[in-house]
Design a binder for this molecule. Structure first.
Ligand code: FAD
Ligand code: NAP
Length: 892
């Protein structure tokens, strides 16, 4: 086999004294370690793999408990790097058993002749970086220590079982087993009284099979988990056909998907579906027996919105009640403390039905906590359960456990990794740690790892690392070290991503909450496999951004910086827009641009229901103008917000910001009247400004007819609409009314100069460009008029204006003039609140149900509007009977 020939040439390690000298040392011979060895050999690096176990397989070597299987369909859970290998192995079931998966790893090891470079039954105890030689020294518990240039920890996310943390375990006279360290010899449970502690995936897989064997099974449950039936059997036809039709395309789609399994992005959101439609989708997912399906394909907001998610929990509770005969036990088994998917759901076979068996007892530890383990059994609450066997299905010190078990890991300047991670793991990409040169982790904290099909993530990590090592070598570099800036940027990006999902709302091993005393924080990367891959690629294309590279005969290279400064969903949106390769809007002509906007808006989510949406006409400066009115579902009269849409005084109409108007109506509990003011080039300056003022006056005068609260109105607007809102406040002050209680200005145009830094920094690449702004200005306003405060309100008199809330976005040419306006208002004595949305672009705060990280910004806007109107800032505290809307994201 050619691979073996390559391997024979490349993997020559040497022993100097008692130290084995290699280019690369890999720790762990699981999924990751095996592929690393293969790739490193192919790349010509001498390599040794050090493995504590007696053979290959990692997870699948250790977890031999009854019922152990994968929970990602096996069609997706395997190596894909070699199509020949892919074809040479056929799985027998939809979800393969542990023995079959272990056979697969043996098959892979044989096929590429891997075992001869693996030192089994050997544990790496400590690792020290020597700056002088530029090498790592690994201390092992048997045989020679290892000296290597690169040290790669493929030690696994779920490989360090957690201690039981229960008093008295050592006193127990019966048999004790850990699911994560199950014996290789047969464990006989027939006729025995067995206790299982723990109801995570391992417990839920093993409990039905243990119940079939044991005389009596007592399950000790601390937290109920969501479990769905695996419906195991042959691989389902739909997936098989999809796969067989074009294997390469299927694999490629998986690589760029969010979870590492090729499923499309679901577009329909929960509130667009009625009960019957939601139930139909749910039943289909339940019948499919597929975690990724049920986690991604029900509705688009299931993983990001608390309310959209809660619908699923209720449907699963129904399923549990339909299977478990005793209502009390069904209730105890029904999860209530975490959103569905925030903790890893389990795949089961007969799990819930097992509780109908006469030989099975459930002990709810929330009511009867375990106090101790005695010589004869388990004491919980006031009861003692005498047993012959205790099975600890209590899980792992996940993600960091196996890494920190190598102690110490000492990097540059004698720094210990444990100290550096004292407040939680810090990494760049989950692959490297600043100050620990030439150390890599496969699926370390900060990588998508456990939130994905790990097969896909592992292959990506390994390919990226090995390709980088080869490229460094070719360029003459011998060390690579992440910079602190890059690492801090990754931490920020991780935090931004975590605000998008509901994982942070659950106490799980993802957050370290399962290990007493462990620093808590979401450890895996929640941004998805495809986005993560594109970020890794971007780092390379930007000259190894965030890494310092050194070598004996080459100049040091350090292209420092943060790889992602946009909010994660903003990055996706801008990426999609870039892929559409649209012509510049300014090249379309005004009419073409309006048609484009209309078409473009058809593709966005429709916006959520409000009490009522009506249309009508009001009197503008020079004739009637259309308006669209959004009324809350709560009894009125409500304060009125007069709203001006964006579009550079050229595009848009009273409907074009419809989702935003709905959102603000719902969040503020106020009427929003969106005004269809006149546009250029048909109606140039000051038509839009004068219409804005006239419309506001008309609405204030007709507030009661509109069902609104008489008295001052509020004004709001985005972009050019923000400009009109600001101008309206100045005109209302100068022209004797109407009274305006507050102004909400979102990314407003406030001035006619283009020399502020934001115009240069964000000139291109963020949808609203400098040249588009030039075009808008040219169409609307001749140069001679541009300093008029009716188009450049920053140049007007700013005293005596209504209180303001000014929102600006970091990656917007208009950012600095918005900030300048807010500061000038404050200087003039006005009350001003600012939101400077980090990582957002001009449109992101308006992209309702698309840019989720814009939610908290809109919450603040709604609160400000309520404050201006003299209402309690928080809608739910107002007692107006409106259900609160979930706040699930931050806008910086
Ligand atoms: P591991 O397989 O954990 O291998 C790490 C190896 O490193 C181990 O063999 C360990 O002995 C060795 N090691 C650690 N420290 C040292 C040391 N200091 N010295 C020497 N050796 C050391 N993921 C999925 O995507 N789909 C699934 O269906 C799925 N099912 C799972 C089922 C179970 C029961 C468990 C526990 C996990 C499951 N996972 C699943 C996650 C699974 O861990 C990964 O899919 C994958 O197998 C991890 O491979 P790895 O090589 O990164 O780590
Ligand atoms: P786990 O999900 O962490 O579950 C551990 C269980 O033990 C939890 O119910 C936990 O309760 C309980 N527990 C822990 N310490 C306890 C204590 N001191 N007293 C009482 N109860 C205690 O661990 P796991 O089941 O081994 O699964 C870990 C991960 O491995 C899974 O999430 C999955 O990713 C993977 N896995 C996959 C499969 C598969 O189907 N392919 C199978 C097994 C594992 P609390 O929830 O209250 O902490």
């Amino acid at each position: 086999m050619p691979d073996a020939a390559v391997a024979a040439r490349s993997s020559e390690s040497t022993n100097s004294g008692t130290t084995q000298q290699v280019d690369v040392a890999v720790v762990g011979a699981g999924f990751a370690g095996l592929y690393l060895l293969h790739r490193l050999r192919e790349a010509g690096f001498s390599t040794v793999v050090v493995e504590e176990a007696g053979d290959v397989g990692g997870t699948w070597y250790w977890n031999r408990y009854p019922g152990a299987r994968c929970d990602i369909q096996t069609i997706d859970y395997g190596y894909t790097f070699d199509p020949e290998l892919d074809r040479a192995w056929t799985w027998s079931e939809k979800y393969a058993t542990q023995p079959e998966i272990l056979r697969y790893f043996g098959f892979v090891a044989d096929r590429y002749d891997l075992r001869r470079d693996i030192r089994f039954n050997t544990r790496v105890k400590a690792a020290n970086w020597d700056d002088t030689s530029g090498r790592w020294q690994l201390v092992t518990d048997s045989g020679a220590d290892v000296s290597c240039r690169y040290y790669i920890m493929a030690t696994g996310c779920l490989s360090a079982p957690k201690p039981p943390e229960i008093d008295g375990v050592a006193d127990f006279k019966g048999e004790i087993y850990f699911t994560g360290r199950w014996p290789h010899d047969e464990v006989k449970l027939a006729g025995k009284r067995v206790a299982v502690i723990g109801t995570g995936s391992s417990g839920i897989q093993s409990i039905p099979l243990i119940a079939e064997q044991a005389a009596q099974l007592t399950v000790f449950q601390r937290t109920p988990n969501f479990a769905l039936p695996a419906h195991n059997g042959p691989a389902p036809d739909d997936r098989k056909t999809y796969f067989e039709t074009d294997r390469a395309a299927y694999r490629e789609q998986a690589r760029w998907s969010l979870a590492g399994v090729p499923y499309p992005q679901e577009m329909a959101v929960s509130w667009q579906l009625n009960d019957a439609e939601r139930r139909e989708r749910f039943e289909k997912a339940w019948a499919a027996g597929d975690l990724v399906h049920i986690l991604t394909q029900l509705w688009a907001d299931q993983a990001v919105d608390f309310d959209g998610n809660a619908l699923i929990g209720k449907l699963i509770h129904e399923k549990i009640r339909s299977v478990v005969k005793d209502p009390g036990i069904a209730a105890a088994l029904s999860p209530h403390d975490h959103p569905f998917g925030a903790k890893r759901p389990c795949l089961d076979t007969n799990y819930y039905a097992t509780y109908n068996r006469p030989n099975v007892t459930l002990v709810n530890l929330r009511e009867e906590p375990i106090t101790e383990i005695t010589a004869t059994g388990v004491k919980a609450g006031e009861r003692t359960f005498d047993v012959d066997v205790i099975v600890f299905a209590t899980g792992f010190d996940a993600m960091t456990g196996a890494i920190k078990a190598v102690y110490p890991i000492t990097g540059r300047g004698g720094k210990s990794l444990s100290d550096v991670w004292a407040n939680g793991p810090q990494t760049y990409l989950g692959l490297t740690v600043s100050g620990f040169p030439n150390l890599f982790m496969i699926t370390g904290p900060g990588s998508p790892s456990v939130l994905s099909n790990m097969a896909v993530s592992i292959e990506q990590h390994v390919d990226w690392v090995v390709d980088r090592l080869a490229a460094l070598r070719d360029a003459g570099f011998t060390t690579i070290d992440a910079t602190e800036t890059a690492q801090a940027g990754w931490a920020q990006h991780m935090a931004d991503c975590s605000m998008l999902t509901l994982h942070r709302l659950a106490n799980t091993w993802y957050t370290g909450a399962n290990v007493p005393g462990k620093v808590q924080g979401l450890m895996p990367y929640t941004g998805g496999v495809g986005p993560y891959r594109s970020i890794c690629n971007e780092i390379v294309s930007r000259g190894m951004l965030g890494f310092k590279l050194t070598g004996p005969n080459v100049a040091e290279q350090c292209n420092d910086g943060e790889v992602v400064r946009l909010q994660p969903d903003v990055r996706l949106v801008l990426g999609m827009l870039a892929e559409m390769n649209l012509p510049p809007i300014e090249s379309m002509g005004a009419l073409g641009a309006r048609d484009f906007l209309t078409e473009f808006n058809k593709g966005r989510p429709a916006g959520r229901p409000v009490g009522e949406v009506g249309t009508g006409a009001l009197m503008g400066a020079d004739g009637p103008l259309p308006y669209r009115l959004y009324r809350p579902a709560t009894p009125g009269p409500h304060p009125i917000v007069v709203y001006f849409h964006g579009g550079g005084w050229v595009l848009g109409d009273e409907q074009s910001d419809d989702p935003f108007c709905r959102d603000i109506c719902r969040r503020s509990g106020m009427i929003v009247v969106s005004v269809g003011y006149r546009h250029a080039p048909e109606h140039r300056f000051p038509a839009a400004a004068e219409d804005g003022y006239a419309a506001t006056r008309w609405i204030a005068e007709h507030a009661a007819e509109l069902g609104g609260r008489p008295g001052p109105v509020l004004v709001a607007g985005w972009s050019a609409g923000g400009n009109i809102a600001a101008v309206t406040c100045q005109l209302a002050r100068d022209r004797g009314g109407p009274q305006i209680a507050g102004q909400l200005l979102i990314c407003p145009v406030t001035d006619c100069t283009f020399d502020r830094p934001s115009y240069t920094d964000n000139a291109t690449g963020y949808f609203v460009t400098r040249s588009l702004m030039y075009w808008f200005w040219d169409i609307y306003c001749s140069p001679a008029d541009r300093t008029d405060p009716r188009v450049s309100p920053l140049r007007g008199n700013l005293a005596g204006l209504p209180p303001a809330f000014v929102a600006t976005c970091e990656f917007d040419p208009l950012r600095d003039e918005g900030i300048a306006y807010a500061e000038a208002l404050a200087t003039a004595g006005g009350s001003v609140e600012q939101l400077q949305a980090r990582g957002h672009f001009h449109s992101s705060l308006m992209m309702v149900d698309v840019v989720i990280t814009g939610v908290s910004g809109r919450v603040k806007m709604a609160e400000a509007l309520r404050g201006f109107a003299g209402l309690p800032r928080k809608l739910e505290a107002s007692g107006e009977g409106t259900s609160p809307i979930t706040v699930n994201a931050a806008a910086g």
